[in-house]
Ligand binder design. Structure first.
Ligand SMILES: N[C@@H](CCC(=O)N[C@@H](CS)C(=O)NCC(=O)O)C(=O)O
Length: 226
């Protein structure tokens, strides 16, 4: 038997553009670093409430900074981020509750499609300024990720069931227990130690903790294909 795989849990919400950045970088590195990457759909609103934090964009000067930061990081990390025209309406009015419940049920029933469906939802909201709250929008994302219409509809019908609601709540609580006050959060389980890292900008530190090499956001073996 070989050594036990090191595990990384990525807590994310598709409402969080920084989560998208962390997600793409970790998806690029998971095989290079030989880590088991567990994707954990989480509700950022729940984390804000539980920790008493507030979204950075509620402070006007921070909002300006974040918009620019995310745009520049998108270019640097080769993730095609284009901010939605009505940033505040999209983030603070529309939110991500149904989308995150949908990803929760995808993880339960078709975990092999979770990466792709998550990416499709991010592409909609943070690249093409498309809705992610209406049933048709969620179905379109699922179908683009390779799910049949029937499969996607079946899962969508389950988003309001106690099982799915509770699962999303449990995952959000798990992130809070690790100390989350925002997203993305990467929890690294390495030998006897557990580390909680906040942000998409902790990857170099993560490489250091893993004893692996950080080769920048787009490692040579990988071509960014977004
Ligand atoms: N510096 C971090 C920022 C991450 C970030 O601001 N995430 C937002 C959600 S998109 C958040 O939860 N912020 C909470 C906070 O900054 O306290 C990065 O580059 O990823």
């Amino acid at each position: 038997m070989g050594p036990l795989p090191r595990t990384l849990e990525l807590f994310y919400d598709v409402l969080s553009p920084y989560s998208w950045l962390a997600f793409e970088v970790l998806c690029r590195y998971k095989n290079i670093w030989n880590v088991s990457l567990q994707l954990r759909p989480t509700l950022i609103a729940g984390i804000m409430k539980d920790s008493g934090n507030r979204p950075p964009a509620l402070l006007p000067r921070k909002a300006l900074y974040v918009k620019n930061d995310v745009r520049l990081l998108g270019q640097h990390l080769q993730v095609p981020i284009h901010l939605p025209k009505d940033f505040f309406f999209v983030v603070f009015e529309k939110g991500s509750l149904t989308a995150m419940r949908f990803l929760t049920v995808v993880k339960l029933e078709h975990p092999e499609l979770l990466e792709k469906v998550s990416r499709e939802l991010w592409m909609r909201i943070w690249s093409r300024d498309e809705d992610i709250t209406e049933p048709q929008s969620i179905l379109a994302a699922a179908e683009n990720a390779g799910m049949s219409t029937g499969q996607a509809q079946e899962l969508l019908e389950r988003v309001s069931t106690p099982q799915v609601k509770n699962q999303l709540k449990e995952t959000t609580e798990a992130a809070c227990k690790y100390g989350a006050f925002g997203l993305p959060v990467t929890v690294a389980h390495l030998d006897d130690e557990t580390y909680m890292l906040f942000g998409s900008d902790r990857m170099e530190l993560l490489a250091h903790l893993l004893g692996e090499k950080w080769m920048g956001p787009v490692p040579p073996a990988v071509t960014a294909r977004l």
